[in-house]
Design a protein around this ligand. Structure first.
Ligand code: PHE
Ligand code: NA
Length: 499
């Protein structure tokens, strides 16, 4: 095997890492979570979660990826020959997320077009569920592949394929270096226009006003900590993989802080952009902001379209900007999540990048068709819930427990500190060993109990079994099976790249 690929510049690496972190989650999930969990108080809890879990794990993953120079399975196998399965667990999580995440990007691409004609008219909700998604009556009623989604879906896969196929520096890095700055300017533009609209203040108040009574509410804290892993792309193989392409002399701690804080600022900016315009809509309709805010996909594909319709002749422009922003944010995350899996196969089977990319994206693209059916939204909702709340959270819990308690964590600190300007100390060790396991364990178990008591969103039990629990079984058993397959080059586990 030749030399491992490397990023061209530090800026390029940061753009790629930020590109992964900044995703659909920042634009549709974060603002709503904040508004729903005590506004300003949520930001406080989130900041706390960032300092005690997000940034420490980012440093950890940048550190081990850089030190052991592998995708997740290779990195874990090099740390301990018996831990490879955890790497595959995380890679399988990547697979199950990628196949639905891409479909949401396809919706966003469609909505770029719809924005021009304001295709949703004055009924964005019926348009979204009916005319566009052709949503069926339940998760097992597939109702055929939606041809409207097919074309943008192919487009999203094509961009991802080309970026990964052409390699870390020529593909992934170059795409991120263009898309992320453009994305940033688009959202700044929307935010500036947004906050100068009449009624914007009410929207921003709704988002930021701290509800101090909720400071001790455990739900707010679990929401803040639960958001952190998916939000920063940590604990599911991605950041380990991206760090494995860093040159030897790279400031790990500084890069980790930069990535986390940029992601967080972007969320705030996106929140301002979205909620100022929602505030304006509430103002024109003479209702409270609360009446118009909605959660999840509804926020981006129903509420926001309705809101921009109140902007008159500027509506198409803002629609196009918003949905292009969603698309760019999504694509760079999609690239990262596929690269994490493809790198794992390249490591294990000594496979050429080009060949691995063709096989893997081909398979994933075929599987993603399931989510482009009339039942897509239901299946997506279930798979999303289970992969995020259990696949990522328990995969992360195992990661910090193994590395924190059964590995010499200080050796990672000693690897990271000499090459970093800021040094990590006891707060870092304590966060990895104690804080993160406790909060990840607690949030994971609480969700598990609630899911066992009451079926998630009232879906039929067999749907939850096949699209939820079974997916988790595949992740766990598949991880162990993959780890039992022989390495093409057994030697790569002991030597090669370890610095
Ligand atoms: N960090 C991304 C977000 O906030 C999550 C993600 C990363 C999803 C990579 C898919 C792939 O949306
Ligand atoms: Na994010």
């Amino acid at each position: 095997m030749g030399q491992r690929e490397q990023w061209g510049t530090r800026f390029g690496f940061i753009m790629a890492a930020v590109g992964s972190a900044v995703g659909l989650g920042n634009i549709w999930r974060f603002p709503y979570m904040a508004a729903d969990n005590g506004g300003g108080i949520f930001f406080l809890c989130y900041l706390f979660a960032l300092l005690t879990a997000g940034i420490p794990i980012m440093i950890l993953e940048f550190g081990i990826g850089h030190k052991f120079r592998g995708g997740a399975p290779l990195t874990f196998a090099r740390m301990n020959r018996n831990w490879e399965w955890l790497g595959w667990w995380q890679v399988l999580v990547c697979f199950f997320i990628a196949v639905y995440y891409v479909v949401v990007i396809a919706w966003a691409i469609s909505y770029v077009g719809f924005s021009i004609t304001q295709a949703w008219g004055d009924a964005p909700k019926d348009f979204f569920f009916g005319k566009f998604l052709k949503l069926t009556g339940g998760p097992f009623e597939l109702g055929g592949i939606n041809t409207q989604i097919l074309l943008p879906l192919i487009l999203a896969w094509a961009v991802t394929f080309i970026s990964i196929y052409t390699g870390v520096k020529a593909g992934i890095e170059r795409v991120a270096k263009v898309l992320i700055p453009v994305l940033f300017f688009m959202v700044v533009f929307i935010a500036i226009r947004g906050v100068t609209l009449p009624g914007a203040a009410a929207g921003l108040n709704f988002l930021f006003e701290p509800d101090f009574s909720r400071l001790l509410d455990y739900k707010v804290w679990t929401a803040a900590y639960g958001q952190i892993f998916f939000d920063l792309s940590i604990c599911f193989a991605i950041m380990i993989t991206y760090a494995s392409y860093l040159p030897k002399k790279s400031d790990i701690v500084n890069n980790a802080f930069t990535t986390c804080l940029t992601n967080c600022s972007f969320s705030l900016l996106a929140g301002m952009a979205v909620f100022s315009i929602l505030g304006h809509m509430a103002f024109t309709q003479g209702v409270a902001v609360k009446e118009v805010a909605s959660a999840g996909v509804g926020l981006a594909f129903i509420t926001f379209p309705a809101a921009i319709s109140t902007l008159g002749s500027a509506a198409p422009l803002f629609g196009v900007l918003f949905f292009l922003a969603l698309t760019f944010a999504g694509i760079t995350s999609l690239i990262s999540i596929n690269e994490a899996a493809i790198a794992a196969f390249m490591d294990k089977f000594n496979m050429e990048r080009k060949k691995a990319t063709v096989i893997y994206t081909g398979t994933a693209a075929a599987c993603s068709l399931l989510f482009a059916t009339g039942a897509g939204l239901y299946i997506l909702d279930i798979v999303d819930h289970f992969t995020n709340n259990f696949g990522i959270v328990f995969g992360g819990l195992l990661e910090v427990l193994l590395i924190g308690w059964l590995f010499n964590l200080k050796s990672i600190k000693d690897h990271v500190n000499p090459i970093s300007d800021f040094k990590v100390g006891n707060w870092w060790l304590f966060s990895i060993k104690v804080v993160t396991p406790l909060v990840a364990g607690y949030t994971g178990i609480m969700t598990l109990i609630s899911d066992l008591k009451k079926p998630y969103e009232g879906y039929p039990p067999d749907a939850l079994f096949w699209m939820g629990w079974f997916v988790l079984i595949v992740i766990m058993v598949g991880g162990i099976l993959m780890a039992s397959v022989k390495w093409k080059d057994e030697q790569s586990l002991v030597k090669g790249g370890v610095t």
